[in-house]
Design a protein around this ligand. Structure first.
Ligand SMILES: [Zn+2]
Length: 359
């Protein structure tokens, strides 16, 4: 009998170590996806589907609610920090310990040891999260098999220091171009200076008062900022073009269309020759008012905090599934050479999720 490469009877910290010792840098996840698929197929209470190097396992118990537990299986490139190392203080070191093989280990442990949960469960393991958005495995599954991701509530086990992080802010980047007319700077009055025309844009940004809306009990904090400015032809030429790159980070009570309309309105009286949407990723509502989420909050304890950066929770949100981040890793050490996770955090997260799903 072939030996199963992933032994799901290991406890979550030991399983985390095993996963870290199973390298899966983005683009190179096949072997780990194979091992996860094989281990899950051995569990009779789950059906298992696979799309590329993405594995989805589900219970079908006819429960009133379905909850999705999701995590990416890739890591950033290894930095002399594999294999993993457990020190005397109960800290596990290595690439992916925090982001997010400890979270994946918790998913696998719940999959293996909670055969009759109080809510139907969907486990999603996906590839290519740490690279360009168009490669993201969760996005591919969402496009090809959105029904696999259906649910009432989703938890991404991304590093959050065992705190609940609700929703995420959207991010919109626009290029605001002003136009002028070139002339020799010795006779500047013959032209029109595009850099000077950008002054009202900068004034608008400097005086902008960002909102701090409360949504589902979480306080978000928006921001509208210039992140780049480009203009100028030569030391003796009046410039005919200036581009201000503006980034709007917005709270999840605005849709993508509303966020864009807001930015257009802010700069409505500026003399803008060209307004280009360079990049746009929508926000995600925390969804903490949903009954499944409320029960989750009660089981895991603590107070939820808002997520200011963009995360994959918004991919679930786009499918109509409210989602939060809750995982044992520490985001502050993610991607670092000295990445690590406290064993106690892994065990704590597993216990809290188990309590929620078996109460
Ligand atoms: Zn991650």
């Amino acid at each position: 009998m072939a030996e199963t490469p992933l032994d799901l009877s290991l406890d979550a910290p030991a399983l985390t170590a095993r996963l870290v010792d199973f390298p899966s840098v983005s683009g190179d996840e096949k072997a780990l996806a194979d091992a996860i698929e094989e281990a899950l197929r051995a569990l009779p209470h789950l059906t298992v589907d696979r799309y590329g190097n993405n594995v989805v396992a589900r219970t079908h118990l006819g429960r009133a609610e379905r909850v999705v537990l999701a995590g990416h299986i890739d890591t950033v490139p290894i930095a002399d920090n594999v294999p993993s190392r457990l020190d005397d203080n109960g800290v596990l070191w290595g690439c992916g310990t925090s982001d997010m093989k400890s979270g994946v280990a918790v998913q696998l442990r719940i999959a293996a040891t909670v055969p009759a949960p109080n809510r139907d469960l969907t486990f999603v393991f996906y590839d290519n999260e740490e690279v360009a958005a168009h490669l993201n495995g969760l996005g591919h599954v969402a496009d090809a098999h959105p029904d696999w991701l259906a649910g009432d509530f989703a938890v991404l086990l991304e590093p959050s220091d065992a705190q609940v992080e609700g929703g995420c802010q959207g991010t919109l980047r626009v290029l605001l171009r002003t136009a002028g007319e070139r002339a020799h700077s010795a006779r500047g009055w013959m032209g029109s200076n595009a850099i000077h025309s950008a002054a009202p844009i900068l004034a608008r940004l400097a005086s902008y008062e960002p909102r701090r809306p409360m949504i589902d009990g979480l306080e978000y904090h928006e921001g509208l900022n210039a992140v780049a400015i480009e203009g100028g032809v030569a030391g003796n030429v009046i410039p005919d073009v200036c581009t201000v790159t503006v980034n709007f980070r917005y709270a999840p009570d605005r849709t993508e269309q509303e966020a864009l309309a807001h930015v257009r309105e802010v700069f409505a009286d500026c003399d803008i020759a060209e307004f280009v949407v360079d990049d746009h990723s929508g926000a995600a509502l925390p969804g903490l008012s949903h009954p499944a989420a409320a029960a989750f909050m009660a089981a895991v304890g603590g107070t939820a905090r808002p997520k200011f950066g963009w995360t994959d929770v918004s991919r679930f949100s786009a499918l109509g599934v409210p989602a939060v981040n809750y995982g044992p890793g520490d985001a502050l050490v993610a991607h670092k050479r000295d990445e690590h996770v406290a064993v106690e955090r892994i065990t704590h997260c597993e216990e809290r999720l188990r309590a929620w799903l078996t109460a």
